[in-house]
Structure formats: C-alpha cells, structure tokens
Design a protein around this ligand. Structure first.
Ligand code: DGY
Length: 337
C-alpha cells in the first residue's frame, strides 16, 4: 500500500487547492493551458488513485479501463456530464462534484447575459468600436424592457432560484418548470409553476438551468422555439447540448425569436466558422458563468477537499454515486494499491 495516494490534476488551479492536496498526496499537475488529450489523460491516470478533473476532461469507459488503481474522481464543476457515471460506478470509482459554491456567481452571469441580450450591450459595443456612432437617435438600438417582463426559468435548482431572486429585484413575473413542483420556492420567490410549453409561450425571457442528461439533451428544439414569442430571448448558461443549436440558429436568423445569450455551446469551444457568430442577435461568452476569482478558488478548494475525503474513505454529500458506497468501501478496505 502506498504511503501517500497518487493524484493527477488535469490543470493548474487557482487558490490553495494544490497545496491542500500536496499535504497528504503525491500530486502531478497537467502543465498545459489546454486540457490533456485522451491519450495523455489515460497515461497520467494509469497509476493514479485519484483524479481532479474539469468539465473539459472526458472520463469515459476507455479512461476508466486504463486506470486500474483509480478509486475517486473529483470533478471541479457542479455538472458531471463529462463523466460516464454508470461505468465509474461499475468499476467502483467514487465521483464527486462542487455544487453550491458557484450558485450566486453563476446567477450573476445569467442575469448579466439576459440584460446584455435585451439591451444590446455587446452589439452596442461593437457598433461604437466600428465607428458607427454618429448621433443619439430616437430609434437607435432599441430593445425590450427587462423590468416588469415575464421570466421563464427551466430548472429551479440552486442557480435557477438565485436567478429568480435577481429577477424579483427587477419586478419580473416568474414562471418555472422542473421535474417537480416546489411549493416552498413558489412562496419564497413568488414563482408560478408552468408546464414547459406554457412557460415557453408566455415568457419574454427563458433561462435554462437544467442538468444535461440523456432525458434533457435537445430539450429546446425547433418545436419548443416555435412556441416562444417572436420578441422572446433565450438564455443558456447550463450546457450547450440542452439546446438544438441548428434549430436555434434558424429561429434567430428567421426572427422566430428575437435573441439569445449563450455561455455554453455545442461543441465547446464554438468553432470560429459557426454560423451563430454571424448573427448580431446572439451574445456568446466562453463558459464563464462561475469565473469570478473567489468562486473559482472555492470550486478548486472544494474539489480538493472532496478528493481528500474520498481518498480517506469518506462518502460525503457531494458524491454523485453514493449508492456504491458499500462495495466501494470493501474495495478500498485493504488500502490503495
Ligand atoms: C459547472 O460547474 O457545471 C459549470 O458549468 C462550470 O462552472
């Protein structure tokens, strides 16, 4: 049994997360600015007991098969669609994530994107830089009001609820849709439950905060976009694949909806020749919803703590597959190999 568990971290991290890991583990850190390739990741994972991964790392069956000593993966994200959870569970690898610490920061960006798309902030900036600002004009750069409008929230989890709190400050009417009704949130946030079609038809802004699963992939496609008002704006800060991007392009191009603001795309990064980039009525940011100094350090610290907890045999609340706890504990009871 090794004295100190071997851990591979797939990118340099902000804050004190790496020092925390180094106190008890042998830590290797991928030195690149870009993620390790699948081959690099397999090679580095081969001798690792723990991995600290990002949403850019695919933890799939091939990777897991190449990592016989691996007992824990700690994903520095609240989402974990980059991990084949069923295969990790089958191989008795515990998976954890970092919910909670990024809620408010992510909601800030979602609401910022809503404002940017409605009030044409990025477009206005391009307009000024291009030298097109020749006068103040009564009809220049008009957009819809945000205050008093109806906001439809798909997925009233932590981040969706934090967006609702911001919307309340703007006097917005709030509709939500999710897997289940949330009577307490309805009271606290003044949100009304609606089925998805009703939410899409009645909202001036629709913001997506659902997890990406096989059930939610393509949740917003051509039929759903057609239900939206021609004046409506779609905001997606969750995962790109929740939206059918070709259908979205067509809806934006044809004027079926007025605009979109995307922090996530499919694929990421968005290719430079994506037709979306030729449209003025879409604002796109590079998956930065959680990117504040404080929040990224908190995410890294929590991911390190989750990994240390797992390597110490602890199954904490951030574990995604706690159902394997019994068999997993038996696997590690003789010590790490
Ligand atoms: C997450 O945590 O899932 C975000 O997409 C990255 O902050």
């Amino acid at each position: 049994m090794p004295d100190r568990p071997r851990v591979f971290v797939t990118r340099n991290l902000p804050g004190d997360a790496l020092n925390l890991l180094r106190q008890t583990c042998e830590v290797a850190v991928w030195p690149g600015q870009l993620p390790p390739s699948p081959d690099d990741l397999r090679r580095e994972a081969a001798a690792a007991h723990g991995l600290l991964t990002l949403l850019t790392d695919r933890i799939d069956a091939a990777l897991l098969a190449a990592a016989p000593k691996l007992v824990a993966v700690s994903n520095m994200a609240t989402g974990y669609d980059n991990v084949d959870v069923a295969e990790a569970s089958r191989r008795l690898v515990l998976l954890s994530r970092t919910p909670g610490v990024l809620t408010e920061t992510s909601a800030d960006l979602a609401f910022g994107l809503l404002l940017a798309a409605a009030r044409r902030i990025a477009e206005g900036d391009r307009y000024v830089r291009a030298g097109n600002w020749r006068t103040w004009g009564p009809e220049i750069m008009l957009g819809p009001d945000v205050h008093g409008a109806t906001l439809g929230i798909i997925g009233l989890g932590r981040i969706g609820a934090a967006v609702a709190r911001r919307a309340a400050g703007f006097g917005m009417r709030i509709l939500y849709h999710g897997r289940s009704r949330q009577p307490q949130a309805e009271k606290d946030l003044g949100a009304a439950y609606a089925d998805l079609d009703t939410l899409l038809a009645q909202s001036d802004f629709v913001t997506i905060h659902a997890a990406l699963t096989e059930d939610t992939r393509g949740l917003i496609g051509a039929r759903q976009l057609a239900l939206m008002k021609p004046s409506a704006i779609l905001i997606n800060t969750a995962r790109g694949s929740l939206v059918d991007q070709d259908a979205l392009y067509e809806a934006l191009r044809s004027g079926a909806i007025a605009g979109a603001a995307l922090d996530v795309t499919d694929p990421e990064p968005l290719p430079a020749d994506s037709p979306l980039l030729a449209l003025d009525n879409v604002v796109i940011t590079p998956h930065i919803a959680s990117a504040s100094f404080a929040t990224r350090s908190e995410m890294a610290r929590l991911a390190a703590e989750n990994l240390l907890a797992s390597l110490a045999g602890d199954v904490n609340d951030n574990v995604v597959n706690p159902e394997i706890a019994g068999d997993w504990r038996s696997r590690i009871s003789g010590g790490l190999q």
